[in-house]
Write a protein that binds this ligand. Structure first.
Ligand code: NAI
Length: 413
């Protein structure tokens, strides 16, 4: 258990896997001078040696944080995954140890939207097959099958961060936007919602998917749905590989019903560069295949550096867990003139009452109290007016509450 209100320069930040310099700069700007940044992803043994004096840990996808490794982080306050995925971390174990984990789910939104827009232009002009031909010595200058995107209907399935961003830039190019989402969404610009997937498929000149991977989205586009698309329409998937029946798409392209496609994500993707990529779409000249690079740009990497570092600093400075992937989310106001006590505990009855009683017994006025529980863990933040002397035994008593996992307090900076 960690009891801490350290000066920022005593807070040790360890960043692994060559995390973007934006992260280091942000920590330094915020007063965190003790930042170490390494190129590699240390193995479990090295991690266990390094972690005991680390407060804030930043990783990317190669560092595996198992329960055992996390347990070595006696002082570990929080973990930042400087990437989108978080399955390299045992999130449940981190939660039970009182360690919120953050990531950057939306730093590459724009990168995906731009790639999709570029692919739409390429497909409408028949560029994939013409480029392929030119490489082989052909000189096909015919205008047949080469069209502008202006005035065409784009059907966006999934109007979340990427879908709505794409909506804006597609409309700026003169496209007419129709979209479908399972939740009510504000239509941006002149975009208009469709009542059903079938309605969208029947009217769109190009259909693009931006839905998450869920049981409900598995093979949401199969042979029957492809048949419902307009003859000669284009199809794009840069969301998740499982949402499309790829053999059915290959058949629809071969039959000419679908005039071309761009696919970035696949149900089975190679684990690394040494594994060969195989797909029924290979060899189809009017299909653009890309190796899951929709979100992979230098700008996205830079955004990730800033976005995750900011969430880690916020948690360290203020206790806010907004955006944590494994933890109850508590958005906290700034500490105006208060001392802030944070208490993470196993979610058992009576903890909140014990905490409140401990302050009232000392005649300390509580200025604000914030609680979130999820059945497994509870997080209580208590602001009390003024610079309370923690020597009053409050810390000790908070830590002695039987369900306690971690306590921490912050003086106003
Ligand atoms: P998001 O969560 O902001 O948006 C997803 C939207 O899909 C939500 O509005 C949700 O309500 C909607 N939705 C869910 N089920 C649906 C259904 N059955 N029918 C219609 N709409 C449905 O997610 P974001 O950031 O826009 O990402 C979308 C997808 O793109 C995700 O699958 C993500 O993994 C993927 N992605 C791919 C990248 C790449 O490199 N190719 C990079 C980044 C994200």
């Amino acid at each position: 258990m960690e009891k801490l209100s350290l000066p920022k320069n005593k807070i040790k930040v360890l960043l692994l896997e060559n995390i973007h310099k934006n992260a280091v700069e942000l920590f330094k700007r915020q007063g965190y001078a003790n930042v170490e940044s390494l190129r590699d992803a240390p193995d479990a043994d090295e991690l266990k040696q390094r972690l005991p004096d680390v407060h804030i840990l930043g990783i990317r996808s190669r560092t595996k944080l198992t329960r055992e490794v996390l347990a070595a982080g006696e002082k570990l306050l929080t973990v930042g995954c400087f990437c989108i995925g978080t399955n390299q971390v045992d999130l449940g174990a981190a939660k039970r140890l009182g360690v919120p984990v953050f990531n950057a789910p939306y730093s590459n939104t724009r990168s995906v939207a731009e790639l999709v827009l570029a692919e739409i232009i390429m497909l409408f002009r028949g560029i994939p097959q013409r480029s392929w031909g030119a490489h082989e010595g052909a000189w096909d200058k015919t205008v047949k099958g080469a069209r502008e995107i202006r005035g065409k209907i784009i059907g966006i399935v999934g109007y979340g961060h990427i879908g709505s961003q794409l909506s804006v830039i597609a409309e700026a190019m003169g496209m007419r936007v129709r979209f479908l989402d399972v939740v009510e969404k504000l239509a941006i610009g002149n975009a208009a919602p469709c009542r059903s997937l079938d309605e969208l498929l029947a009217m769109a000149d190009v259909v693009t998917l931006h839905v998450p991977e869920l049981p409900a989205t598995k093979n949401m586009i199969d042979a029957a749905k492809l048949k419902k698309m307009k003859k000669g329409a284009f199809f794009i998937n840069a969301s998740r590989g499982t949402v499309v029946d790829i053999p059915a798409l290959a058949e629809a392209v071969k039959s000419g019903h679908i005039a071309g496609a761009a696919v970035d994500v696949f149900p089975k993707e190679p684990a690394g560069p040494k594994e060969k990529f195989k797909s029924p779409l290979q060899g189809l000249r009017n299909v653009i295949l890309t190796p899951h690079i929709g979100g992979s740009t230098e700008e996205a990497q830079a955004n990730i550096g800033g976005e995750v570092a900011e969430k880690l600093v916020k948690y360290s400075d203020n206790g806010s867990t907004l955006g944590a992937v494994n933890f109850v989310e508590v958005a906290l106001p700034p500490q105006s003139g208060a001392t802030r006590f944070m208490h993470i505990h196993r979610d058992e009855p009576g903890v909140m009452a014990r905490i409140s009683e401990l302050f009232s017994r000392r005649g300390i006025n509580i200025a604000g109290q914030y609680l979130r529980t999820d059945g497994e863990i509870g997080y209580v933040v208590t602001d009390v007016i003024g610079r309370i002397q923690v020597g009053m035994g409050i810390r000790k008593e908070l830590a002695a509450i039987p369900a306690t996992v971690r306590t921490r307090f912050l003086y106003e900076n």
